[in-house]
Ligand binder design. Structure first.
Ligand code: SAM
Ligand code: DTB
Ligand code: SF4
Length: 322
């Protein structure tokens, strides 16, 4: 079950996996899957190191999009307090605090469908200021055209986060206000501008196992694969259409991380949203399955995260370094 390098892709890092091959990985006995994932992990990464990214919502809520999971969509009554674009000094203060807590990367998120010219100007200033602190920079602002991608790159943006969220087939059940192809186009613009790509998805949105296969296959076939792959466990927000779904079986969540690790050996696989409700043992199995990055700090964008203090304690128990 070895993948072959993708014929149409210039990079040897993109390998072509069929859906059947990926299904077979998911179907492996749990211990075999984890052993395989950990083996791939050790061939490509320090097994006891986890990268820390901190998030800040720099513009909150009132988003015109209809993403069914999202507390920030204007279409759902989630009780969220909306906020305009945050002033530069507050962003820099938050970045300094994240750095002092130990984060290496600072990711600024905005609830936009796509930024306007003036938004890009303001975010570019913030990017340059955060970069000047000696941190890696990341932003997630919605769809980006070529010009905006180039401006952000110019300002010093290292990574752009734009998720595919789910499989091409299930996508229409979750979002109707922009297409899968729109997302792929933004990712292309980010790549062409010379930035690194942070792209992943969400599990626990009522998708089938095949949808998880489809999401991971699409991510792994990007050319090259994303440098960062956030795997989010749906945070069920009251007022959103997905609020009452059943939890995904934690073993299926771990399997998703393990398969992501095997398909994208060199990528950082980020154990993302949903850690607040995961116990230490579950998180540890995710690290064993090949997760080597987390969102770090008390808050994600609007939802709570595991606390930094708790994460430091967990890392000390596991002998994990940042
Ligand atoms: N508005 C921009 C966009 O959608 O591209 C950037 C911010 S958006 C909140 C970033 C990502 O957060 C989404 O693509 C989604 O994957 C994730 N996300 C949002 N709400 C979530 C939730 N309730 N649970 C898990 N992940 C979530
Ligand atoms: C990603 O994949 N997960 C982060 C980040 N990219 C921007 C966001 C998670 C959001 C969780 C819900 C909230 O905090 O509003
Ligand atoms: Fe808006 Fe992003 Fe939330 Fe979708 S995920 S509603 S685009 S903030």
């Amino acid at each position: 079950m070895s993948p072959t390098p993708e014929a149409t892709c210039e990079t040897t890092e993109t390998q072509s996996w069929t859906r059947e091959q990926i299904e077979s990985l998911f179907a492996l006995p749990f211990n075999d899957l984890l052993f395989k994932a950990q083996t791939v992990h050790r061939e490509n990464h320090d097994a006891n190191q986890v990268q820390l990214s901190s998030l800040l919502s720099i513009k909150t809520g009132a988003c015109p999009e209809d993403c069914a999971y999202c507390p920030q969509s204007a279409r759902y009554k989630t009780g969220l307090k909306t906020e305009r674009l945050m002033p530069l000094d507050q962003i820099v203060e938050a970045a300094k605090k994240a750095k002092a807590e130990g984060a290496g990367r600072f990711c600024m998120g905005a609830a936009w469908r796509s930024p306007k010219d003036k938004d890009i100007q303001a975010v570019s200033e913030a990017v340059s200021a955060v970069k000047a602190l000696g941190m890696e920079t990341c932003a997630t602002l919605g769809m980006l055209n070529e010009e905006h991608a180039n401006e952000l790159k110019e300002a010093g943006l290292d990574y752009y986060n734009h998720n595919l969220d789910t499989s091409p087939e299930y996508y229409g059940e979750i979002i109707t206000t922009r297409t899968y192809d729109d997302r792929l186009e933004t990712l292309e613009n980010v790549r062409t501008a010379g930035m690194k790509v942070c792209c992943g998805g969400i599990v626990g949105m009522g998708e089938t196992k095949n949808d998880r296969v489809g999401l991971l296959q699409t991510l792994a076939s990007l050319c090259p694969p994303p440098e960062s792959v956030p795997i989010n466990n749906l945070i069920k927000i009251e007022g959103t259409p997905l609020a009452d779904l059943e939890d995904i079986d934690p073993f299926d969540f771990i399997r998703t991380i393990a398969v992501a690790r095997i398909l994208m050996p060199k990528s950082y696989v980020r154990l993302s949203a949903g850690r607040e409700t995961m116990n230490d043992q579950l998180q540890s199995l995710c690290f064993l399955a090949g997760a080597n990055s987390i969102f770090y700090g008390e808050q994600l964008l609007t939802a709570n995260n595991a606390t930094a203090e708790h994460d430091r304690e967990l890392f000390a128990k596991l002998g994990i370094n940042q």
